[in-house]
Design a protein around this ligand. Sequence first.
Ligand SMILES: NC(=O)c1ccc[n+]([C@@H]2O[C@H](COP(=O)([O-])OP(=O)(O)OC[C@H]3O[C@@H](n4cnc5c(N)ncnc54)[C@H](OP(=O)(O)O)[C@@H]3O)[C@@H](O)[C@H]2O)c1
Length: 272
Amino acid sequence: MARSDFVDDFLKGFSCVIITGASSGIGRAILSRLEQSATTAAVFNLSRTAPEGVANSLKFSHLTCDLSQPHEIEKVVGRLRELMPREGRMLLINNSGFGGYGEFPAPGLEHTLKMVDVNMRAVVHLTGLLWPDLKARGGQVATVASLAAYQPTPLMTTYAATKAFALHWSIALDAEARPHGVRCVAICPGPVSTNFSKAAGFTGSTGLSGQTSEACVDEALRAMAHTRPQVITGWKNKLLGGFSARLPKPWAAAIGLRMIQRLRLNRFVKKA
Ligand SMILES: NC(=O)c1ccc[n+]([C@@H]2O[C@H](COP(=O)([O-])OP(=O)(O)OC[C@H]3O[C@@H](n4cnc5c(N)ncnc54)[C@H](OP(=O)(O)O)[C@@H]3O)[C@@H](O)[C@H]2O)c1
């Protein structure tokens, strides 16, 4: 079976797809892949801004939600319950997230705490509220972590730690949820050209060569179709992740600090 047919068949197996952060980057690329598939699922996006130019062929709804606000998550799940089909398998994709660069707590304590809320708290909150539905109907929870999840990463200290949380949480949940017909997949991209660097406090692209969102999503969806508990996208990233995960953690942090300092990312940091 061709690779794209395999992913199309996987996507056809859900009556409801809920994604966070499809307004840009990796999330928008997932939405584009859904547009190209023959899915008949009801597709919901949760983010602060609506994705642009969504194909009319998709049964699509945007629900505005700031995931850093627990009361907005509760409200949006109530709305989802009114709108989503009552039967059939569900796919939840926890994709929303952002980073921050610089010596702790740069780019600011408020930014850092919001990152903790969106990258970790919101993932647990949203999945937890939808868990009874997922267990009753079966399905999959895909969570976008990062290559940064595999080692402590100085100068991206909090971001990498939030993604280590997402990776471990997702893999452990997969083991626990399997008997209930729910599988979990942690997606770990390396650098991908999106709005990520701007949201992390850089003036624009940092020039780090990386995958396109389409290439990243292509690999991620194949891993989701195979229900692999974790996937690092990009072969260079796979090697890097495999290597750094085997190092003693303090060594990985010291080597990581040197490597990041060499990139002289400070050149791209927005001036306050
Ligand atoms: N790009 C990379 O190099 C890279 C590498 C590894 C992992 N990742 C991860 O990939 C995921 C997607 O990032 P991306 O690269 O596609 O970056 P992006 O283009 O900046 O997209 C981030 C998405 O997250 C949403 N988001 C941010 N804050 C939110 C909030 N408070 N409430 C709801 N949604 C929020 C944004 O939507 P709104 O602004 O409309 O709310 C946007 O759709 C993130 O979890 C990121 O950590 C990215």
